[in-house]
Design a protein around this ligand. Structure first.
Ligand code: PBG
Length: 321
C-alpha cells in the first residue's frame, strides 16, 4: 500500500507538495471604461466590478498596482448615439480607449496595457463584424479591425487583443502594425467559443447583438480539434500570445494548447459568467467564495495557462495579504 496521506498530514506538508502557485504577475485585470466625469458605475450582473471614467481611474490603478497586478485589459463602453453600422467610433485616434491608453501610459507606465479589439462594442447592431444583410462579412471586417488595433497601438497600447473571431484577423492586424513600424504585440483570442458564460459581460459592455447570435464566428463547443487548429493558425499568422476562452469549461483545450505550443505564452479568460456564478452561489450561502475562486483559478493554471484574465484578480491577491 502506498501511503498517499503522508502528503496531506498538515498544512505545511500540503504546502510542500503543492505544484501550482499563482502570482500577481500572472493576472490580467479587465477594466470597463465609460465617458464622463467621476464615474464609478456598478454593474448589475457583475457585483464588485465597475465601469470607470478616465478621470476616476487613478484610485483603481493605484489599488491594482499596490497589489502587484501589472496588466490590464481595456473595454470601451460608449453611448448608443455614437455607435454606427461600421463601428467608426472604434478607430477614432481620440476614442475613449485611445485616451485611456494615453492616460495609463503617462501616469502608470509600469502597467502593461492590453486592449480588446472588436466591433461589438462600437456597432449599432452589436455584432463583432460588418454586416452584409444579416450575415457577418469576414473579409470586409478585417481592415476595420486593423484600423482599431492601429489606433490603439499608436496611442501606446502594449498589446492589442483581437476578439472578433474573424478568419485572418491576426495577419491583417500584424500587417498594419508592421507597415506603421510599430512593435506592439498581439494577444489573440484564438480559441473563443460561442458561450453562454459571456452573459453578464454583455450587460457590462452593452455589447449584446441586436439580432441572432455569434455562432457563425465564435466556435462551436461541440468540436474537439478546432480549438487547436485555430490557435495554430493564429501562431502562424504572427500572434505573440494566444488565448483560450472561457476557461473553466474548457480546461481540456487549455491543456492541449499548453502541450501543443509550449513556447507560446498562453492566456485563459475566466469570463464574466464564471465569476458571476461563484459570486451568486456565495451570496446565497451555497459555497465559500474564497475557496471556490481559488480552486477555479488554480485549476486554470494547472491546466497550463500562464496568464489568467480574471475579475477575481484583486480579491485573489488581497486574500493572500
Ligand atoms: C468582445 C468580447 C466579449 C468578451 C470579451 N470580449 C463578449 C462576446 O464575445 O460576446 C466576454 C468576456 C466575459 O464574458 O467576461 N467580443
Amino acid at each position: 500500500m502506498k501511503r498517499f496521506r503522508t502528503y496531506r498530514t498538515d498544512a505545511a506538508t500540503r504546502e510542500l507538495h503543492a505544484d501550482i502557485t499563482i502570482k500577481a504577475d500572472d493576472f490580467i485585470y479587465p477594466l470597463f471604461i465609460v465617458e464622463g466625469k467621476n464615474q464609478r458605475q456598478t454593474i448589475k450582473t457583475l457585483p464588485g466590478v465597475f465601469r470607470f471614467s478616465i478621470d476616476a481611474l487613478n484610485l483603481e490603478l493605484a489599488d491594482i498596482s499596490s497589489l502587484g497586478i501589472n496588466k490590464v485589459l481595456l473595454f470601451g463602453v460608449i453611448d448608443h448615439a455614437l455607435k454606427d453600422a461600421t463601428g467608426t467610433a472604434g478607430y477614432d485616434p481620440d476614442s475613449l480607449i485611445c485616451r485611456t491608453i494615453r492616460f495609463i501610459k503617462s501616469y502608470f507606465p509600469q502597467i502593461t496595457v492590453f486592449t480588446d479589439v472588436c466591433l461589438c462594442e462600437y456597432t449599432s447592431h452589436g455584432h463583432c463584424g460588418l454586416l452584409d444583410g444579416e450575415t457577418v462579412d469576414n473579409d470586409n471586417t478585417l481592415p476595420v479591425l486593423a484600423r482599431i488595433a492601429l489606433a490603439h497601438a499608436q496611442a501606446g497600447a502594449d498589446f492589442v487583443a483581437p476578439s472578433a473571431m474573424m478568419d485572418g484577423q491576426v495577419e491583417a492586424i500584424k500587417e498594419a502594425l508592421t507597415a506603421a513600424g510599430l512593435k506592439t504585440k498581439l494577444l489573440s483570442y484564438s480559441a473563443k467559443y460561442a458561450s453562454s458564460f459571456y452573459g453578464p459581460f454583455r450587460e457590462a459592455a452593452d455589447s449584446a447583438p441586436s439580432f441572432g447570435d455569434r455562432k457563425t464566428y465564435q466556435m462551436d463547443y461541440r468540436t474537439k480539434h478546432q480549438g487547436i487548429e485555430e490557435i495554430a493558425a493564429d501562431i502562424e499568422e504572427g500572434a505573440d500570445w494566444v488565448m483560450v476562452k472561457p476557461a473553466q469549461a474548457y480546461l481540456d483545450i487549455i491543456q492541449r494548447a499548453f502541450v501543443a505550443f509550449p513556447d507560446v505564452p498562453l492566456a485563459a479568460y475566466q469570463v464574466s459568467g464564471e465569476y458571476a456564478m461563484i459570486k451568486c452561489a456565495a451570496a446565497n450561502g451555497l459555497l465559500n467564495e474564497e475557496q471556490a475562486f481559488t480552486e477555479s483559478l488554480t485549476a486554470i493554471k494547472r491546466a497550463g495557462a500562464q496568464y489568467i484574465i480574471s475579475y477575481y484578480a484583486k480579491e485573489f491577491i488581497r486574500k493572500g495579504l
